[in-house]
Design a protein around this ligand. Structure first.
Ligand code: IMP
Ligand code: MG
Length: 178
């Protein structure tokens, strides 16, 4: 893989392991929301791959909506600033919603999203994150459904980017400096 600018990648979670976990999460959500309808809120762009695969493994009625927030600049360091770039299309009032995130790192993005979305009075709101980096947490937030807890490494692939690249990798890899 080129363009890694003095770094290299090491695979952390294989495509097979991701899909097994996503299947399991979909089954858990289907069981927990049995008899209900759920809205998956995909947080763009990082959660796209995860949301699509997860939705395919949920067997209760599902609606998809999308939200884009900025939390990082173009590099590896958080700007600390969160703002809405694209809002949901539909009201979530009285609905059961699950925020689908690629990764919870500092927790700032999720903390902000939760406070904004609770204000819209959903019937319930949970969080499903593919990856959790608890060592880096600054805000007191956690996911209800977690795929993998990972060490404090910069991650690319399966939706996660470095400077907008590598989202298309089917696995999750660590970006290491040479
Ligand atoms: P947080 O607000 O610090 O929890 O970060 C949330 C967002 O930052 C995630 O949804 C990702 O888009 C991005 N992010 C956090 N850690 C990484 C990483 O290791 N690689 C790529 N993007 C990351
Ligand atoms: Mg990102």
């Amino acid at each position: 893989m080129n363009d890694l600018q003095g770094g290299h990648m090491e695979i952390l979670i294989s495509e097979q392991d991701i899909l097994a976990k996503v299947t399991e999460l979909g089954q858990n959500i289907s069981r927990d929301y049995d008899g209900k309808e759920v809205i998956l809120i995909c947080v763009l762009k990082g959660a796209v791959m995860f949301t699509v695969d997860l939705a395919k493994h949920i067997n209760i009625p599902v609606k998809l909506d999308f939200m884009a927030v900025s939390s990082y600049g173009s590099g590896k360091v958080s700007s600390g600033v969160v703002k809405i770039i694209k809002d949901l299309d539909d009201s979530i009032e009285g609905k059961h919603v699950i925020i689908v995130e690629d990764i919870i790192d500092s927790g700032q993005t999720l903390n902000y999203l939760l406070s904004v979305l609770w204000g819209r009075k959903p019937a319930s709101m949970k969080v499903c994150a593919l990856l959790d980096k608890p060592d880096r947490r600054q805000a007191n937030v956690n996911a209800d459904y977690i795929g993998f807890t990972i060490p404090d490494e910069f991650i690319i692939g399966y939706g996660l980017d470095y400077d907008q690249l590598y989202r298309n990798l089917p696995y999750v890899a660590m970006l290491k400096e040479d």
